[in-house]
Design a protein around this ligand. Sequence first.
Ligand code: ASP
Length: 434
Amino acid sequence: MLAVAKFGGSSLSCATQFEKVKNIVLGDPSRQIVVCSALGKRESSDTKITDLLYILHAHLKYSVPYEDIWKMLYDRFTGVQNDLNISYDIKADLDLLKSELNKNISQDYLVSRGEYLTSKLMAAYIGYQFVDAKDLLRYSYDGKLDEVLTEKNVKLAFSKYGKIVVPGFYGAYPNNSIKLLSRGGSDVTGAILSKCLNVTVYENWTDVSGILAADPRIVKSPRAIKEITYAELRELSYMGASVLHEETVFPVQELNIPINLKNTNEPSNPGTMIRNVCTDETNIVTGLAGKKDFLSFNISKDHMSNEVGFMRKALSIFEKYDVSIEHVPSGIDSFSVVVNEASVDKCKYELVTDLKRDLDCNVTVETDLALVAIVGRNMAKRSGVCATIFQALGKEKINVKLLAQGPSELNIIIGVASSDYEKTLQALYEDLVK
Ligand code: ASP
């Protein structure tokens, strides 16, 4: 058994959280590779270290006095070190960083110091070897991961030290300058290390006990999802559920390494297991997700169904304006093209004009459309799911404007008026998911 354990910012916000992480890591000998984010928020009004570093960079760039921000950073790091009596001399590293601050300091370098210093603290605290991510994750100048070199570096470091702490969120270009990943990128670091070492499980520790079956801001106390496939997760994430950084799944999915989402504040809870194939059949629907702000171009023309190539021509107009299409529900002589409202902000009227001119058809535009995804691997080849959906919505007098189901039967998409969005999720949760 070998595990990568990645801890997010809220798991590393103060000395108490550091203690929890230590207990978790040392409590299971398979947790030999630890990935740390930067110190996160202690309470909701707090500022994450990463955000402070971005603000610090802006102050430096525009030559605005930055002493207050520096003091906040300094106090957060030295506070953890003092509270836990960690032997690592973080003050020396902070002084060094202070001496490097100038108008032209690289943003990637400065921001990466959040993960760097947090990981050095953690390594000293748990007695693991600190290994800098810049010596492991290597990127070409166009931002592509050099997989071969990275794997070689990771394997070498692991065989040399055995138990390591690696900062998340960054790597390095060929000239050794720091390359920062996009926000939330420590998840990706964990996935890359998991792949390089072909670990048994990639543990991703946060402050929730796994993925919830619906948005808790809309549905009261939704249940947690025990098991979910990568494909289901992709559907839910695409439709708005924010779980992991988008690029996290690809490296581990390739080797069929499961991801276990766990809660640092409740380690005994099994959390959510994400894997290629799941066997649990307890729930027909795995989860719900949804988004507002869609728009539909409703296109109709008499005898359209006899005109070969009509739909291709219509869709090519969307392509011309570089608009990505979400769904194309169709009737016989009509169909709708559903897109994200923001994506046609600048070309909505041109699109309508082109469609009418080139295809001699009627076009109406319907705004304020919300989409809800009902996701579940166990829905495939099962009768009665749609009956329950329509019954639940009918009871609440919710009008269904659109309905789409892909061939995998993994996901049913429902379009409703934006004003019905919350009610739709609540009704579906009650009758279908709970
Ligand atoms: N600290 C970085 C962020 O806040 C990266 C991470 O936490 O994954 O985005």
